[in-house]
Design a protein around this ligand. Structure first.
Ligand code: KG4
Ligand code: ZN
Length: 358
């Protein structure tokens, strides 16, 4: 098998990440700068601010991963960099820096698809995962179910027609003013709602209907769930006095009901996707695997639901550790490795390669 060492760069959203990984899946060095707290205080990601922060941090992040690795640039075979999908202003910084390193050290450039990287990371951890396998990617920017047929061949079965789950969690947390409670002040919306929901004494205290139950496709939608939360929230705010922090007294129950509804919906759509894929023969009956990744895959309640779907339909359930589920440089370097081994997507001539929004 072809040996190699790849340096990977990630800047598609609000994390500046870099890692150096080898063909055996060893992480030789890694560094990450998260802009999370800054965007949390701004009430969401403002693209020019994200871009500035990437620009300020990219060099340090790369240098730190490089220093840790102890390898020298002459031993690095290629530079892999996320070029899509993501915020164009953010993608631009990583791509520019990646190309700069390639020119400086005379290395080939490997353009990487961020979602492919999320899906393939699981293979770095668990070498027994073979193509084809099912993937559920749930993050702040994405929501999709697909069949990973090969390193560079994905069949999209369904995606969200509006918000991604992480995005819905973030918006709900903001609307519920969870950040005003010190305990949640530095958490992502997803973490805050998951933590609040765990404290609920009555998760069924609010009734929600699961969207798209009668749709035959595998798409997702968060809009209906969000609207239901809004309606309950407005009523609670009117009927019960909110606390000094602006939070409703029954916030834990509302979080639990929201989370239950999102989980039901994700599980229902995933199950449809699995049944469809099997019916079409995309997934072999023996050796069925589901990989779940993306920031919202850190949610243990969602993971338990997905695990149940897997148990019922005979799938092996694989979830990378949280650090690899959220955006990071390792997954980009690993995607570079997967491509390096197969000799695909390696560009000595790379000036024409540009970022793509989607
Ligand atoms: O994958 P990621 O780091 O960035 C992209 O969106 O690509 O995911 C970040 C998202 C945020 O929206 C955050 O609220 C969500 O993942 N998230 C969670 C949890 N932890 C992070 N959502 C639900 N439950 C969690 N425990
Ligand atoms: Zn991501």
């Amino acid at each position: 098998e072809k040996h190699g060492i790849i340096l990977g760069i990630e800047t598609s959203c609000d994390d500046t990440g870099c890692a150096i990984v080898d063909t055996n899946g060893n992480i030789l060095g890694e560094a990450l700068n998260s802009q999370h707290l800054i965007h949390l205080n701004n009430g969401g990601i403002i693209p020019p601010i994200a871009q500035d922060l990437h620009r300020q941090n990219i060099e340090n992040v790369v240098n730190e991963a490089y220093r840790q690795s102890g390898v020298s640039f002459k031993d690095i075979d290629a530079i892999a960099t996320t070029i899509k999908p993501g915020l164009p202003m953010s993608l631009h910084i990583g791509t520019k820096y990646g190309k700069h390193l390639c020119r400086l050290h005379n290395k080939p450039f490997m353009p990487i698809h961020h979602m492919e990287a999320h899906a393939l990371t699981a293979r770095m951890h668990d070498k027994s995962i073979e193509f084809p396998f099912m993937v559920l990617l749930i993050s702040g920017g994405h929501c999709l179910v697909a069949v990973a047929k090969d390193v560079d061949e994905f069949l999209l079965l369904g995606e969200s027609i509006d918000d991604a789950p992480g995005e819905a969690y973030d918006k709900m947390a903001r609307r519920m003013k969870l950040k005003n409670l010190p305990e949640y002040s530095t958490m992502s919306g997803g973490q805050a709602i998951e933590t609040a929901a765990r404290k609920s004494d009555n998760p069924l205290g609010f009734k929600f209907t699961t969207p798209m139950l009668f749709y035959k496709d595998c798409n997702f939608s968060m809009a209906g769930i969000k609207n239901q939360v809004f309606r309950h929230l407005v009523r609670e705010e009117k009927e019960n006095n909110v606390t000094a922090d602006g939070v409703i007294p029954k916030v834990n129950n509302l979080c639990a009901a929201f989370q239950l509804c999102v989980t039901r919906h994700l599980c229902h759509r995933l199950q449809r996707g699995m049944e469809y894929a099997e019916e079409k023969g995309y997934i072999p009956q023996e050796n069925k695997t589901l990989v779940v990744s993306g920031g919202a895959a850190c949610n243990n309640f969602i993971a338990e639901g997905v695990q149940m779907v897997c148990d019922t339909l005979g799938y092996k359930f694989v979830r990378p550790p949280p650090k690899l589920c959220t955006d990071n440089g390792v997954m980009i370097a690993w995607n570079g490795i997967e491509r390096w081994k197969r000799n695909i997507g390696i560009y000595k001539d790379f000036e024409h390669i540009e970022i793509e929004k989607s």
